[in-house]
Design a protein around this ligand. Structure first.
Ligand SMILES: NC(=O)c1ccc[n+]([C@@H]2O[C@H](COP(=O)([O-])OP(=O)(O)OC[C@H]3O[C@@H](n4cnc5c(N)ncnc54)[C@H](O)[C@@H]3O)[C@@H](O)[C@H]2O)c1
Length: 318
């Protein structure tokens, strides 16, 4: 089916834990007319697609199948979740180089097919790989985005809602910067039902020391992935939902504000780095970056993330 002259075909590159969970969540929402799985391990893509397709009687009409690079040509959104894990004894830089090579080869195939899609990178380190994909594609910056801190912000909102005892949909909060250790909470943008968190905490009066509680929440957000990976080897349910949120904003031209990873060109005083900042997302990808009036500490934290990411990109080029 074509909506507003545009197809609703979503191609997922990488049919592992994240790619297949995203496909499962997307199928249940009925947002895509067709979901195509591509993986270097074609048998895996076939098996995942079959397993998903067998649920057809129980979710809205969506065709699900394994595909080939030719599927990039008429895709509306391409989500890259392909990557390899750190081998024993392998350095972080060696892993980065390997995953960067994987992303470049996938992007070459996508551009080789003359695709007009929006490209959404999820593979880690997501901010660096978004930059790699953007430069390799030669596409305009709004069309190549990373999942950024959308997942981290969901974790943050969930923990705040649990702490405050209110519906998560009443909690507006963002984790910004690198999807990684230097990410930070934008407390200046945090509100509960429109009441800034600084005004809400004294009103709510549930905890004795809300400053300490806030630090604990942020620590938990940052440690979430490590904690889950320690116990079950990977995280995939919440990132699957976060990807559906981003892809839904594109397919339905929602103009949602989400902290995806996007190229900064002077915004927040930063140049030539992709990181998670609030961005308006619709059918063309990112159309605007929202330059929020962050506090001086938050601006410094954003700059710190930028420095870390720029030095990783420099290492990659050496
Ligand atoms: N950005 C986020 O918030 C976030 C959250 C969770 C996971 N991730 C990242 O997502 C990525 C995928 O994680 P996973 O748990 O699904 O891993 P996984 O190992 O289960 O799946 C990765 C898949 O990529 C495939 N692949 C490798 N090279 C390929 C290529 N050149 N072309 C096509 N497919 C290729 C592999 O065969 C494998 O099936 C990782 O980089 C992980 O760190 C990101």
């Amino acid at each position: 089916m074509v909506e507003n002259g545009k197809s609703r075909k979503v191609v997922v590159v990488g049919a592992g834990a994240v790619g297949s969970t995203f496909a499962y969540a997307l199928a249940q929402r009925g947002l895509a007319e067709e979901i195509v799985l591509i993986d270097a391990n074609h048998d895996l893509a076939e098996a995942q697609a079959l397993d998903l397709a067998h649920g057809a009687p129980y979710y809205p009409s969506t065709q699900i199948r394994a595909g080939e690079k030719e599927d990039y040509a008429d895709a509306r959104v391409i989500v890259i979740t392909a990557g390899t894990k750190q081998a024993p004894g392998e350095s972080r830089l060696a892993l980065l180089k390997r995953n960067s090579g994987i992303i470049e080869s996938i992007v070459d195939e996508i551009t080789g097919e003359g695709s007009h899609a929006i490209l959404l990178v999820t593979s880690n380190p997501v901010d660096v790989l978004t930059d790699v994909a953007l430069k390799r594609s030669g596409w305009t910056k709004g069309r190549v985005i990373g999942s950024g801190t959308v997942l981290d912000s969901a974790r943050f909102r969930y923990l705040l809602s649990q702490h405050c005892g209110v519906d998560v949909s009443n909690v507006h909060a963002y984790i910004l910067g690198e999807h990684g250790d230097s990410e930070f909470p934008a407390w200046s943008m945090t509100n509960v039902a429109g009441v800034s968190i600084d005004d809400y905490c004294p009103l709510c009066n549930k905890c004795k020391n809300w400053q300490a509680e806030r630090e604990k929440i942020v620590r938990t957000v940052k440690e979430s992935a490590y904690h889950i990976i320690n116990y079950k080897g990977a995280t995939y349910f919440a990132i699957g939902m976060a990807l559906v949120r981003i892809v839904g904003a594109i397919l339905q031209d929602q103009r949602s504000v989400l902290p995806v990873s996007t190229l900064l060109e002077g915004e927040y005083g930063l140049q030539d780095v992709c990181l998670g900042v609030p961005s308006v997302i619709g059918q063309g990808g990112v159309s605007e970056i929202v330059e929020a009036p962050l506090s001086p500490n938050e601006i410094e934290a954003l700059r710190n993330s930028a420095r870390i990411l720029q030095s990783a990109l420099k290492e990659l080029k050496e």
